[in-house]
Write a protein that binds this ligand. Sequence first.
Ligand code: AMP
Length: 393
Amino acid sequence: MQDVIVLNCGSSSIKFAVMNVETGQASLTGVAENLGNADARVKFKASGQSSSLSLPENANHQQALSSIQTIIGEHDANPVAVGHRVVHGGETFTQSALIDESVKEAIKSTFHMAPLHNPPALEGIESAQKAFPDLPHVAVFDTAFFQTIPKHAYLYALPKKLYEEHGIRRYGFHGSSHYFVSREAARMLNKPIEQTNLICAHLGNGCSVAAIKNGQGVDVSMGFTPLEGLVMGTRCGDLDPSLHSVIADTLNYTPKQVDALLNRESGLLGLSGMSNDCRTLEEAAEAGNEDAQMALKVFCYRLAKYIGSYMVVTGPLDAIVFTGGIGENSAFIRESVLSMLEHLGFGVDTDKNLAARFGQAGNISSGKTPVLVVPTNEEWVIAQDAVRISQQA
Ligand code: AMP
């Protein structure tokens, strides 16, 4: 039995798991949170038992990782590698990589592309290398799966030197999730993934939809950053690019303030004026709240339009796939989206739609094209890649 330590380092948090690479089950999960603050702490769960411990005031990543090392040391595990989630791999990384000095330099060269995500990821990698010096460390990139997108799909219609000199193009994110659910979907369809065409909607707090042709990513709704595309919990998704300066002028905002508004105050939260949480909005909509109803309608409409346009990209479609917290659990959202696609031959079976929730996979279609609900497991992709790549080395 082989275990992998899976780490996801953010600016003030480190999510961790010890995962069995054969089964995809995590025997230990936890998060070090509020790093850099007075109330920094680690919460973790093993064998159904939750625990929490305080970290030193203003604890940094290094201190958090040494606590995590102790927690993992006391846990009955046999870790053979550490897998790190890294959000942005630019064009350098088309697959996961064994971390050495040159990989760290390459991650550093992507800092300007993901200033909120990649610097803490590298800090986490360096701290983890000190905490687990005898294990191989592997970086798994959210962008890597989408490095097969053709140039005509990833270029923005901007002066080409912006791409050539500054790497400004569409990259796509949620790659590990789209990779995982597309493989699971092909398995459910009993088809080789290399011959399977899918449209996968990952709907969580962040949302993206991917066009997958013959098993490869050929388009995706997220772009240079994870802001583009679908309506999300707090992100606006697609927008008239002029609005950046219009909002700045109208509200007398700096570019950073406009960015914060588009990333943190928009989406379902901005539209509803109430919450970014789909469950809360569904309850409010059910109770007659018109802002919640409209927020959910905009969300579904944008997704339905993307699915329609990606049918142009994939060619003959084998299935639509729903995943992520909303995609896996919200029968309401799935039914609303599919009802907008009825004239394209999609339909939903009400009983199957209600059954495929809370971790249960299934085909919810009443039409001829399958509509699959597939619970995602990004950590398993990271764990499997960590073993595969470290064994190749
Ligand atoms: P994630 O980022 O994948 O954890 O997904 C978070 C989103 O999933 C939030 O908007 C939740 O409201 C939503 N979600 C989780 N469970 C349900 C549910 N039973 N019904 C509707 N939305 C849900």
